[in-house]
Design a protein around this ligand. Structure first.
Ligand code: OXD
Ligand code: MN
Length: 627
């Protein structure tokens, strides 16, 4: 059946007189159903779409949707010989990344949003958004997408519904989450759900031709933490449009986690299997585009070690009755940065992308396959770049946008853990915090205890990448890699981390480490090979957890003895190793000053435990024997 046949009715008549339901809501009974239908009707009355389509999550529906987008020129079907079931989308050049400057937390109290978020008063922004959303879906289909983060009905899972006028967003949500009528059944049975509303803000008047990537120059991504809602206007790209991801699974979920005693984190999740066959679970928080997907799909270069992928971007962590910290990846797919993903850096990702993938803003090869910088060492002689222009290696500009992406199902990853979507999750043994730091931060440091680990997480800074708008390379604070994603005051968030630690048994809590694969020598060279060789750092971390190796106490935490790092098979010059772990007290004292400045932006809301950690750091730095 053609997709259009499933549309039941076209809205006519004056504004705000939509009938109760003019799309086919699934016929599922239950006490929660009426509220869902009423909400959909309310949004339809406001946005005035031409049609409503309740997404059922079936394969046939997805295929019809993709076909329709190809027919409308919104997707390019890739050559099935090279990339079966795969598509290329080209966004509007002004809509290529998350727009943090247009992302708002609309909590009742400004202090609850904190100084790291853009705050707006809910009543005021509701007025603005009502104006913008009024009629914003005219001429378009409004899709109703019920989704679950985590296995449907799982003890750590949460559900939501996104209404959107972007078929591209629907197809992406279908990969990134579990979509379908199972979720509606949960809602009908009375499960709580989060309301998310998305419009690209490009209504079509009668007879007006559509464009390949509708969007609006005016953008708003607004979160209401008090009522657990998200409203996003004007952008069709990534986290601005796939509201289940950053908006729900991080910003809103962090608030739910604060209230319920768990943590929603910007973390990858892996199972590491040692040569002895013992499994360890590691979560790692790195800022956007700093290698989470690469670590999530690590292929160790040291013999005997194996990594199974559980997640590459988001982890929800909850203290269990056993005193351990349990983690799930609430997503069902990967929305990864394409450039830099290649045979030599992440062969697992390359294999994952064999087909059934939506690519956005990468380059197109003449043979109908895709390419991006770093996929192969040598660029093809001729390409169509992400903006649709002819490109050759002499063009002097990237062929793929630096924030171009792939969207692919997690299940397609060749090293996905067989139990990756187990509803109860996995118990964590280690948490890593990292950033992109050319100087100062050593390859690996172990926290002395949970409070010190929280201190390390709160002080993470990193060089900016292309994942969000802003100047690439500039150093910015990104505590817990959550700066753009924490839905409430980060000082309270730090305090929440401390209190979650108190719920864990001290001998069962994950150990915390800070890592930095990106330190450079004075000559500007990376000192550490990175990628598969990062397994060598994990090997040390696991030997620490197992009590197998002593560490060296330093002012900033515990460091490996160089002889304990497994460097078999690689050549890292002794001088580079020394430099990788060098701690310069005076630069660290400057870092401590910057940390204090950062803490001061929160006034007296910073937990006293963290102020005490900062004082002890300074004490240790001031009393460290000078090298
Ligand atoms: C992402 C991001 O897309 O962090 O995962 O920007
Ligand atoms: Mn991310």
């Amino acid at each position: 059946m053609a997709l259009a046949d499933t549309f039941t009715r076209t809205l006519t008549g004056p504004v705000r007189t939509a009938p109760a339901s003019y799309g086919a809501a699934p016929t599922i009974d239950g006490p929660g159903m009426a509220a869902l239908v009423a909400w959909v009707d309310e949004i339809a009355a406001l946005t005035q779409p031409a049609r409503i389509h309740w997404i059922d999550g079936s394969r046939g529906e997805n295929e019809a949707l993709l076909r329709e987008m190809v027919d409308e020129g919104k997707l390019i079907k890739l050559n099935p010989e090279w990339r079966p079931g795969s598509y290329l989308a080209r966004s509007h050049p002004s809509d290529v990344a998350r727009t943090e400057g247009r992302t708002f937390i609309a909590s009742e109290n400004e202090e609850d949003a904190g100084p790291t978020n853009n705050w707006v008063a809910p009543a005021e922004i509701r007025g603005t958004l009502n104006g913008l959303f009024e009629g914003s879906m005219r001429g378009r289909t409004m899709y109703v997408v019920p989704f679950s983060m985590g296995a449907v009905g799982g003890p750590l899972s949460h559900i939501g519904v996104q209404v959107t006028d972007s078929a591209y967003a629907v197809a992406s949500i279908g990969i990134m989450t579990r979509v379908g009528e199972d979720v509606v059944r949960e809602i009908a049975n009375g499960a709580p759900w989060v309301k998310t509303v998305h419009s690209v803000g490009a209504p079509l008047e009668a007879g007006q031709a559509d464009v390949a990537w509708p969007c609006n120059d005016e953008k708003y991504i607004v979160h209401y933490p008090d009522t657990l809602e998200v409203w996003s206007y004007g952008s069709g790209y990534g986290g601005n449009a796939i509201l289940a991801k950053k908006c729900f699974a991080l910003r809103i979920a962090s608030v739910i986690g604060r209230d319920e005693g768990w943590l929603a984190e910007h973390m990858l999740l892996i199972r590491v299997i040692s040569p002895e066959g013992k499994a360890f679970h590691v979560a790692a928080a790195f800022p956007s585009a700093c290698g989470k997907t690469n670590l999530a799909m690590l292929r160790p270069t040291i013999p005997g070690w194996r990594v199974e992928t559980l997640g590459d971007d988001i982890a929800w962590l909850r203290p269990g009755d056993d005193g351990r910290l349990w983690a799930i990846n609430p997503e069902a797919g990967f929305f990864g940065v394409a450039p830099g993903t290649g045979e030599s850096t992440n062969v697992t990702a390359v294999e994952t992308l064999w087909g059934n993938t939506i690519f956005t803003n990468v380059a197109l090869r003449p043979d109908g396959d895709v390419w991006w910088e770093g996929l192969t060492d040598e660029a093809p002689a001729q390409l169509t770049d992400w903006e649709g222009n002819d490109w050759t290696p002499a063009s002097g500009r990237p062929a793929a946008h630096p924030n171009s992406r792939f969207t692919v199902a997690a299940a397609q990853c060749p090293q996905i853990a067989p139990d990756w979507d187990t509803p109860e999750g996995v118990p964590l043994d280690a948490i890593l915090f990292g950033g992109r730091r050319a100087t100062n931060v050593p390859l690996v440091v172990e926290a002395t205890d949970w409070a010190h680990g929280v201190f390390l997480g709160s002080t993470i800074s990193s060089e900016r990448t292309a994942a969000a708008e802003g100047t690439v390379g500039e150093l910015r604070r990104d505590p817990f890699a959550m700066l753009p994603f924490c839905g409430y005051n980060m000082a309270d968030y730090f305090g929440h981390w401390i209190s979650v630690g108190q719920k864990l048994r001290f001998d069962r809590a994950p150990r915390i480490f800070q890592v930095n694969w990106f330190r450079k020598g004075t000559d500007g060279r990376f000192l550490w090979p990175g990628f598969g060789d990062n397994a060598r750092v994990i090997d040390w971390i696991i030997r620490r957890i197992e009590g197998g190796v002593p560490a060296i106490d330093s002012p900033i935490g515990r460091l490996p003895r160089l002889t304990d790092l497994n460097l078999d098979g690689i050549e890292v010059p002794e001088a580079d190793l020394e430099e990788l772990f060098a701690i310069d007290s005076s630069s660290w004292l400057t870092e401590a000053d910057l940390t204090e400045e950062f803490y001061n932006t929160f006034g007296d809301r910073i937990p006293s435990t963290l102020r005490a950690e900062l004082s002890s750091l300074r004490y240790r730095l001031n009393h460290a024997p000078q090298a």
